[in-house]
Every structure is written in C-alpha cells, then in structure tokens.
Design a protein around this ligand. Structure first.
Ligand code: ATP
Length: 238
C-alpha cells in the first residue's frame, strides 16, 4: 500500500483495569526514522503491540502503512518487522539457525530464507560469528540478532522497542548507527522507542513524545530545539 504515513492513530485508548496506558492518542508519524520517546510506563510498548495487532485498543483505532490494525493483522505482519523489548534468545543455537527458522516461519522458501539470513546477518555485523552459539554473544551482539530477526523478511517498516536498552555507550552508538543505515540504505521506515530523548534526537527525522499515555509533542527533529519541557522525560525517568 502506498500510504504516505507510516503510522496514524485516531483517539486511540487502551486501558488495563484501572490503568490507562494510552489516552485518546491522535498522532501521525511520517516515513523515515521516527523516535518515540517516553519514560518507563509512558505507553510506548502498548502502542507498538497495538500497531502489530498483538493487543486490541479499548477504543479508537490505529493504522500502519495505511492498513487497519484491527482487521489487517496478517498483511501488517508481512510488511512490518518487530524487535521486542525483552526476549530471551536460545543460547545453544547459532544466529544463522535462529534467523533461518524465523524466516521459514514467516513463509520464505528454504533457499530464500538462507540467503536472506546471510545477507541480514552481514548487514548487522554478525557475519563472522554467524555459526557460533548465541550463548557466547555479547549483549550488543544479541541485540543485533534480534534486529536481524525483525529485518529478515524484508519489511517496509520496523518497530524497534528500546533497542539500546542494556547497552554500554559504544554498543548504543553502534546500534543507533545501524538503525540509521537500515533506513538510508534499504529505504525501510523505522519506529524506535527510547526513554532517552538525546539518543533519538541523533537519528530520528521526527520525534513523538508521550507521557502517561498522553501525547505531549509530535514534531520534526529539526524543530526539536523548541521542545521546551521535553527534557523532563529524561530527568524524571527511573
Ligand atoms: P517501558 O519503558 O517500561 O517499557 P512503556 O512506555 O513501554 O514503558 P507500557 O509497557 O506501554 O509502557 O506500559 C504503559 C502502562 O500500562 C504502564 O503503567 C504499565 O504498567 C501498564 N501495562 C502495560 N501492559 C500491561 C498489562 N498487560 N497488564 C496491566 N498493565 C499493563
């Protein structure tokens, strides 16, 4: 679909019992790299899960690449890659085995799955280690395996939930550079979350800030210097 927007939400609300995770969120996100910023509990993961059709809205609706998240789940999962925030990788298998398996599950024929896996692991810098068991990988390498899983079926958009979480400064820089290259080299749109405005400012074309499930700002990064008050996201976190 040739939708101009990567994501659009309309009065999107999601509650968990007494907790309102998203409150009447009205936002559009352009293609390119979009940074979704918010403190812990702001509602970032809830939004991503709704976009993937893994969670249903309590009310309102959401669209990804012009598709309706409530009804077009299978099409969205073909076009969209997902890197979850917390995911345990099996220690005894290699990156190649794991990513080929995922590619096969997404419907790729065996030969294509092997080729796509080799290409993708090369792009994320895991070519040398591709046959080694994941248990011996560093945290940064494990994050890059997760990124490869999100990319292997050649999506148009990837949703990356806190990809720099748990990484040291060098690992963060590496991951941020990789995200930027994915977008510029392959023309894949990226929605990436973080509780750190500073790191998303470096790579995002557009920034969306949510707090307590409420939209605070949606702005091009070029205009971000005018985001007075947004710095609170960092200061109040944790
Ligand atoms: P984090 O950075 O910690 O991942 P987040 O911005 O992704 O935060 P969410 O995980 O979307 O935030 O959570 C938003 C709010 O909804 C929080 O108050 C959280 O406790 C609550 N919440 C999320 N999922 C559930 C659930 N399955 N059951 C109950 N409450 C939930």
């Amino acid at each position: 679909p040739a939708a101009a927007q990567a994501v659009a939400t309309h009065e999107l609300t999601r509650t968990f019992g007494p907790v309102t995770a998203l409150s009447r969120l009205d936002v559009t996100m352009p293609r390119g790299v979009v940074g979704l910023v918010g403190a812990n509990g702001a509602g970032k993961s809830t939004l991503i899960k709704i976009l993937l059709g893994l969670l249903r809205p309590t009310s309102g609706r959401a669209e990804v690449l012009g598709l309706d998240c409530g009804t077009d789940g299978p099409a969205i999962r073909r076009l969209v890659g997902y890197m979850p925030e917390s995911e345990c990788l099996p220690p005894d298998v290699s990156a190649t085995e794991l990513v080929v398996h995922l590619a096969r599950m997404s419907g790729l024929p065996a030969e294509v799955a092997r080729e796509r896996t080799a290409d993708t692991l090369r792009h994320v810098g895991l070519h040398e280690e591709r046959y080694r068991p994941i248990g011996g990988y560093s945290t940064g390498m494990k994050q890059r395996v997760k990124l490869a899983q999100a990319l292997v079926h050649d999506p148009r958009l990837v949703l990356l939930d806190e990809p720099t979480n748990g990484l040291d400064p060098a690992g963060r820089d590496e991951m941020l550079g990789l995200i930027q290259r994915i977008s510029t080299d392959f023309g894949i749109s990226v929605l990436v979350t973080s509780h750190l405005l500073g790191e998303l400012e470096r790579i995002a074309d557009h920034l969306v800030v949510i707090d307590g499930g409420v939209l605070q700002r949606s702005t091009s990064t070029a205009d971000a210097t005018r985001l007075s008050g947004v710095i609170l996201v960092e200061v109040t976190d944790r």
